[in-house]
Design a protein around this ligand. Structure first.
Ligand code: PEP
Length: 248
């Protein structure tokens, strides 16, 4: 059975004190057995990790650099994350692609470095409204996978998590319909099976992201190929995040 994962992405929100209160509330109130992940800002990672000690909830960085080390002021490397015992890293979020002009080739380098340093990449893919309206979304997603993760060996590919996040649904209050989510998730799994094999495709957790809330999580997660969610806004409130985590 595939792992059910609910990952929060706090983005650039929460002071250290607010973050601490939020993590404590999530830890104290979640009793389920789905894998919960908290994607915190770099500054918060060690605090979140320490606060989560003794629970099965894990922490994720929201980004890493595509070079191993060097003169990259303000950046964080995968080896730094590994040295702080951070298990997951979100790679290729659409906000990083848009505002930081991250390319598929750079994301491939990040994925390689993350795996080399034994971090689990949560690799994000997704199309803009313009691409969807031109009905090019299937090809778009396939290209993102081909250019950033399909170079991996089967052994390494089996370690990653994929998040499908239609850009038009992120932070907009518009959610992909149950059918739209299932259709793309099934497409992603089919492409993985074509590139690797069905055993690998069947083992990969594919998360949905885009205005996932307590009132729509259950129907989204009921889809055969949706294995959880990457949650932005609703991960900032413990009760909403936990309600989503309990939606399987
Ligand atoms: C996200 O940014 O990953 C996201 C899914 O945001 P939201 O849930 O706020 O749409």
């Amino acid at each position: 059975m595939r792992k059910h994962i609910v990952a929060g992405n706090w983005k650039m929100n929460n002071s250290i004190q607010e973050g601490l209160e939020l993590v404590k509330a999530i830890k104290a109130n979640y009793a389920g057995d789905n894998q919960l992940i908290i994607g915190a800002p770099f500054l918060h990672l060690s605090m979140v990790n320490e606060t989560l000690e003794g629970s099965s909830i894990a922490v994720a960085a929201q980004n890493c650099h595509h070079e191993e080390s060097g003169a990259f002021t303000g950046e964080i490397s995968t080896s730094m994350l590994a040295s702080a015992n951070i298990p997951y890293v979100i790679i290729g979020h659409s906000e990083r692609r848009e505002y930081n002009h991250e390319t598929n080739a750079q994301l491939a380098a990040k994925v390689d470095l993350a795996l080399k340093d034994k971090l689990i990449p949560i690799f994000c893919c997704g199309e803009s409204l313009e691409i969807r309206e031109k009905e090019q979304h299937f090809n778009w997603i396939t290209a993102q996978l081909k250019e950033s993760v399909f170079h991996l060996t089967a052994e390494n590919f089996a370690k990653i998590v994929i998040a499908y996040e239609p850009i038009w649904a992120i932070g907009t209050g518009v959610t992909a319909s149950v059918e739209q989510a299932q259709e793309i998730h099934a497409h992603i799994r089919k492409e993985i099976a074509r590139q690797y094999d069905t055993a690998i495709a069947d083992g990969i957790s594919i998360l949905y992201g885009g205005s996932c809330k307590p009132d729509n999580a259950q129907e989204l997660f009921a889809n055969a190929d949706v294995d959880g969610g990457l949650i932005g806004g609703a991960s900032l409130k413990a009760d909403e995040f936990i309600a989503i985590a309990n939606s399987f």
